[in-house]
Design a protein around this ligand. Structure first.
Ligand code: HEC
Ligand code: HEC
Length: 243
């Protein structure tokens, strides 16, 4: 074997080794894909109610086939899942999983089919159209101020914590007792506008004066009388003491 031939063989061996390593890494990468990671998390945290293969458990949790990324993202980002007990209304909580784990769970549920996370752009909507659509479709349960109300046998929450994506997801998914709205009832412009309107209720315009948390004209009047009365008492006392 000449020296150059030996060098060539060594080089070939190195190439073979490198490509084998690359193949192994690629396979490991596939195993560590978000969907597979999500399936593992699902089996630990969700299967007790939704089943090992997400096809549901009678009396505990429904099948998630067809629920889609939209529902999974909404329920996980708003901390509604995992639920503590099958028969309670899901409520907003701090998310139970970190961001990467939520992405993995969403990818896994999404891999079972169903709607993608809806697009929404509040800056493309109009506040006026949003107020109209919200009045028509949402205010009956959430109140026109979006501060929440009753939706027997449950409660419709205040909406000031939801971001634009979560608003769009709720509209399209219809969580718990809320109806779901398709694009025929609420088209993209109406959706953008509803999001713009709901986000605007986080900071309602103050019609002058001191807002005292926008609790309404009657308590505002009471506060005014209380302050004025206290001021008057102080003045009276000061004058009285001097005299
Ligand atoms: C029939 C009553 C009802 C109607 C109509 C309704 N909702 Fe809801 N909404 C609910 C209930 C109940 C919940 C709580 C769901 C849960 O517990 O998981 C909810 C939850 C939400 C949430 C999640 C809030 C959060 O902080 O996590 C958003 C956002 C929302 N609704 C927006 C809307 C919009 C926008 C409309 C109109 C297009 C609408 N809702 C119409 C009853 C209703
Ligand atoms: C204690 C039982 C329980 C556990 C644990 C649980 N769920 Fe649920 N899940 C439910 C019930 C009950 C509902 C129906 C709630 C509703 O109508 O809003 C539901 C609804 C859902 C939905 C909406 C389905 C749809 O068709 O819109 C998704 C998505 C979901 N769960 C995902 C999960 C994930 C992911 C986990 C684990 C992190 C999980 N759940 C853990 C009981 C559970």
């Amino acid at each position: 074997m000449t020296r150059s031939e030996a060098a060539r063989r060594r080089a070939l061996a190195v190439v073979a080794l490198l490509s084998a390593a690359a193949a192994i890494t690629a396979r490991a990468g596939a195993d560590a894909s978000p969907i597979a990671a999500g399936r593992d998390l699902f089996r630990i945290g969700c299967a007790s109610c939704h089943g090992l293969d997400a096809r549901g458990v009678a009396g505990k949790g429904r099948s998630l086939v067809g629920a889609g990324e939209a529902a999974a993202d909404f329920y996980l980002e708003t901390g509604r899942m995992p639920l503590s007990h099958p028969n309670v209304q899901p409520e907003r909580n701090p998310p139970a999983y970190g961001a990467a784990q939520r992405r993995a769970l969403v990818a896994y549920v999404g891999s079972l089919g169903g709607p993608a996370i809806p697009r929404v752009d509040p800056s493309a909507g109009s506040l006026k159209d949003g107020l109209k659509a919200f009045t028509d479709h949402c205010a009956g349960c959430h109140a026109i101020t979006a501060r929440g109300g009753v939706a027997p046998p449950g409660a419709a929450p205040a909406l000031q914590e939801a971001n634009a994506t979560q608003i769009a997801e709720a509209v399209r998914v219809g969580p718990y007792l809320m109806p779901e709205f398709g694009t025929r009832e609420i088209d993209q412009h109406a959706l953008d506008s509803i999001a713009a309107y709901v986000l605007s209720t986080r900071h309602p315009p103050d019609k002058g004066g001191w807002g005292i948390g926008n609790i309404g004209p009657i308590p505002e009047g009471l506060v005014a009388w209380l302050l004025a009365g206290t001021a008057l008492l102080i003045v009276v006392r000061l004058i009285g003491e001097r005299a």
